[in-house]
Design a binder for this molecule. Structure first.
Ligand code: GLY
Length: 424
């Protein structure tokens, strides 16, 4: 089979690495890819939003399957564009990707179908939002309705911060039209867990759990980022919680989307909060999480190509999804200053230390080849260093040891990824 993966970050590197292990894959392409992905796939310089060029390329190369990984092209109808040209594509169509693309849609869906989530109100004008905030309890959460590079959620401790947040989203339009409508919701407390699932429209298969670390600095301080590290499984996601979520959250979400005429095929990523009142949905994503994918896929036993095809064909009920009984930790190596101002273009050394080291992986998030063919930094998040272990503690030790193998100027990482493990 010939497969084209759309995207160019750590998530796509992990997907490409996993797909490359399938004996069914004869050739892998990635658009646009990065310097790490180039070790397992041929990278083609087509931007993620250029559907016309992607379709043309897929036809020319007789691609059998396209995997659309990032949120923006999914929400804009990338899968529909491939299907319209008779090319099989993994991921939700535009009418289903709205599950992530509109926070107001997903909150209304949960309310309508009784799926546990925080209480909320939706606002189309700053005046109405500000009036609501006069009496709303704080802390409170503001969410831009549309996609905002994962940065459209503001947790406001005070009423003043919330008023500022309305200004940022709706008046200053920091995230453009994504903030023209906002959701204001009750602040929930508890442990966050990420659960990725495969869905074929009717059947849902649950992957292993993970936990992300979104803040830039140790102790969950600093600004929100795309994710500074992850671990899997979450020791707080017990069998009892899993059973509750399958019955009250996962299958009801799939059924609700079908009932709405928005059959979902692809990955639903459930962002959960384990509250004192039980698990509740913080957010849905209509795609693999990043960096969650970097700890989940190394633990997955199945051939991922079989699973992709089962999602498309509606035969996921025939797949026995299995994960190793081990653990993984991913530490993101970033450029100092991320997520604000940071420099790029520094040579990365030590990557070959991973060659032949079983259970240690380096997934590239922001790297490229310079004019001399050397691998250099090319983003805020540069690399995801993942290691396996029999236990979470062992995986964490292995991952931090492997971060030392890599050097580049302005290398920055958190030192407490997976520290919560100690409290389990
Ligand atoms: N790690 C969170 C996300 O992928 O959105």
């Amino acid at each position: 089979m010939k497969i084209l993966i759309i995207g160019g970050g750590g998530r796509e590197h992990a997907i490409a690495w996993k797909a490359a292990q399938s004996p069914r894959v004869e050739k892998l392409y990635c658009a646009p890819g990065n310097a790490g992905i180039a070790s397992v796939a041929e990278c083609v310089n087509i931007p993620v939003m250029d559907f016309a060029a992607q379709v043309k390329f897929a036809k020319e190369k007789e691609i059998d399957l396209v995997v659309v990984a990032p949120d923006d092209p999914l929400a804009a109808g990338a899968v529909d564009a491939f299907e319209a040209s008779g090319i099989r594509a993994f991921g939700p169509r535009k009418n289903a990707a709205i599950l992530e693309g509109s926070k107001a849609f997903s909150k209304d869906l949960m309310k309508k179908y009784g799926i546990p989530t925080a209480a909320y109100e939706t606002f189309d004008t700053p005046e109405a939002a500000l009036k609501y905030l006069e009496t709303a309890p704080v802390p409170i959460v503001l969410k831009a309705d549309g996609l905002a590079l994962g940065k459209g959620v503001l947790i406001c401790k005070t009423r003043e911060e919330a008023r500022e947040g309305v200004k940022t989203l709706m008046l200053d339009r920091q995230f453009g039209s994504a903030g023209d409508r906002i959701v204001i919701e009750q602040f929930m407390t508890g442990r966050e867990v990420s659960v990725l699932t495969f869905v074929d429209g009717r059947t849902i298969r649950v992957m292993t759990s993970a936990q992300d670390h979104k803040r830039a600095k140790d102790g969950d301080q600093g600004l929100n980022t795309g994710g500074m590290g992850t671990f899997s499984p979450s020791p707080f996601y017990t069998a009892e919680i899993d059973a509750y979520c399958r019955e009250h959250i996962y299958q009801p979400t799939v059924d609700a989307m079908r009932a709405e005429g928005r059959e979902f095929k692809g990955v639903i990523f459930f962002g959960l909060m384990l509250t004192a009142d039980g698990p509740k949905v913080l957010e849905y994503n209509a795609r693999f999480g990043d960096p969650e994918t970097q700890v989940v896929l190394p633990r997955m036993k199945n051939d991922i190509v079989d699973v992709f095809e089962a999602c498309i064909d509606g035969t996921l009920d025939q797949i026995d999804l299995q994960f190793d009984d081990n653990a993984a930790v991913c530490v993101v190596l970033a450029s100092d200053g991320y997520p604000e101002h940071y420099e790029k273009g520094f040579p990365i050394t030590g990557l070959d230390a991973f060659d032949g080291k079983a259970g240690c992986y380096v997934f590239h998030a922001g790297s490229k080849f310079d004019a001399d063919g050397e691998i250099v930094t090319n983003g805020g998040r540069v690399l995801g260093v993942t290691a396996l272990g029999d236990t979470l503690k062992e995986a964490r030790k292995n991952a931090y040891a492997a971060t030392e193998w890599i050097t580049f100027a302005n290398k920055y990482m958190r030192h407490d990824i997976g520290k919560a493990i100690d409290e389990a």
